[in-house]
Design a protein around this ligand. Structure first.
Ligand code: GDP
Length: 461
């Protein structure tokens, strides 16, 4: 855990700009004594007489005694506050200059500027919330879809924390048994029989595998799926990109090969986010500029998770299409999700899904905006179950996923070690597994990881 903080921090917690109200928040041991220097309750009561968690009206004054605003103020006393420290919150009029002046008054009285996410970081340090719950707070603020909001809400409610605590305690209980076996092999200690230990380990593996699998959904909803739209020129890639992005950012043209550069865009696609790249088309060409585009397209494909391969079904399938087919076959074998889009279905079509055995295909007309058809098809490949109404724990970011993967791999090694290598090696592997899962919730985590997470917050949260 971190050392407690000596400074009292202050920041404007509402966004920069004009608004009906703004919220200025202060947190720290000295928050109340600092507040008393520039906040004057209309009731004339001293701060020690004012109850926690009740709103009161007060004059906010500058260091030279001028009234800056009449505001509503609330005191939350430690440890019953968001950060676990004393907190004073000022709800004032939402003017840019006014909030800056009130903040300056707080600084003159002894507070210091809060860094990004510092309030939540203090809450984490005080054990008010786990690291995954803090990440859910960011998720709530950043949510672009109702699905990501639902996952963040579930994260804040602590379901993932409870699940990982359970796994941690299951692992440590097996560790205890293994070490008892090693240290006192002949004693009739009350311990799990070996069979029970095996089945406890199997149970842990099952839980971890289901958490691991949940990341496919959590990643698609919260982080976005790196996606490539590929196909030979003029098949309708830019039109599809525009349809998804709902604007005209990519160039749509009849001249083959004009989308020469890779364009990136994050779009909401039903319940998932796509991190899109439109590619120049996978076509061998002598044109140097076009070639650069083609090389980059191939690279983009390697870095993507979802490939939307677009074919123009109104023109005969030719060798260029064949080249694209070859590439997506390779991509599919390497585990990418490939969706073949049979575009221009509004025209007379000359080929169809019969050429794409083994692939998922979707026939559509991008010109007639079939975003929902495409969104449903993509969503069904990444989301299992009803996100908004289910209460299953879902991993929502790469950090959590990597902790679960390393925990799982250590538990599997421990299982093998028990059978073939010996209990002491199994014990070491299980300790590694316990550390990995403890990292997920921040029980054992480096300062760098924590810094990284809280820097994603805005100032004032
Ligand atoms: P790209 O080179 O693959 O990016 O192709 P574009 O998106 O630039 O489209 C090439 C041409 O095909 C444009 O004139 C589009 O309007 C047209 N197009 C795209 N999708 C459809 C479709 O579903 N139906 C029809 N009829 N035309 C389309």
């Amino acid at each position: 855990m971190y050392t407690m903080f000596s400074d009292t921090i202050a920041a404007v917690s509402t966004p920069y700009g004009k608004g009906g109200v703004a919220l200025i928040r202060m947190s720290g041991d000295d928050a109340l004594s600092i507040a008393e220097k520039f906040i004057f309750p209309k009731s004339k009561k001293s701060f020690s007489e004012i109850k926690s968690n009740f709103v009161f009206l007060a004059d906010i004054k500058s260091p030279d005694g001028k009234i800056l605003d009449e505001a509503l103020v609330t005191i939350f006393r430690a440890p019953r506050s968001y950060t676990g420290e004393n907190i004073v919150e000022i709800s004032c009029h939402g003017g840019i200059l006014l909030t800056q002046n009130i903040l300056s008054a707080a600084f003159s009285a002894g507070a210091v500027q809060a860094g990004p996410g510092e309030f939540t970081r203090r809450a984490f340090s005080a054990g008010k919330l786990s690291l995954s719950e803090a990440e859910s707070v960011i998720g709530m603020i950043d949510a672009k879809t109702n699905a990501s909001l639902a996952l963040a809400r579930r994260g804040i409610s602590g379901s993932l924390r409870k699940k990982t605590e359970q796994i941690y305690s299951d692992i440590t209980s097996v560790i205890g048994n293994i070490y008892a076996l090693i240290d006192f092999p002949d004693e009739d200690l009350e311990q799990m029989p070996r069979d029970e230990m095996y089945s406890a380990i199997d149970g842990i593996i099952k839980e971890l595998e289901s958490l691991k699998a949940s990341y496919r959904t959590g990643h698609a909803v919260c982080e976005g799926i790196p996606t490539v739209i590929c196909g030979k020129p003029n098949t309708g890639k830019s039109t599809i990109l525009n349809m998804l992005a709902e604007n005209e950012r990519a160039i749509v043209t009849d001249i083959a090969g004009t989308t020469r550069d890779v364009i990136s865009e994050t779009v909401v696609c039903g319940n998932v986010l796509l991190r899109l790249s439109d590619t120049a088309g996978i076509r061998e060409t002598a044109d140097i500029v076009e070639k650069l585009g083609v090389e980059r397209s191939k690279k983009e494909m390697e870095n993507s998770e979802l490939i939307l391969a677009v074919f123009d079904t109104s023109r005969p399938f030719d060798s260029e299409d064949g080249k694209v087919l070859e590439l997506i076959e390779r991509a599919k074998q390497s585990g990418k999700t490939v969706l073949v889009i049979l575009n221009k279905s509004d025209k007379n079509t000359v080929f169809g899904e019969e050429l794409f055995g083994g692939f998922d295909t979707l026939s559509l007309s991008a010109k007639h905006d079939e975003k929902k058809t495409l969104a449903d098809a993509i969503e069904s490949r990444f989301i299992s179950g009803d996100i908004e109404n289910s209460d299953e724990e879902i991993l929502t970011n790469a950090r959590q996923y990597s902790a679960v993967c390393s925990c799982l791999s250590s538990v599997i090694s421990a299982k093998n070690a028990i059978s073939f290598l010996g209990d002491d090696i199994a014990g070491t592997e299980l300790e590694r597994a316990a550390s990995a899962i403890a990292e997920l919730d921040g029980r054992e985590v480096s300062a760098d990881v924590v810094d990284n997470i809280f820097h994603k917050f805005c100032v004032g949260k």
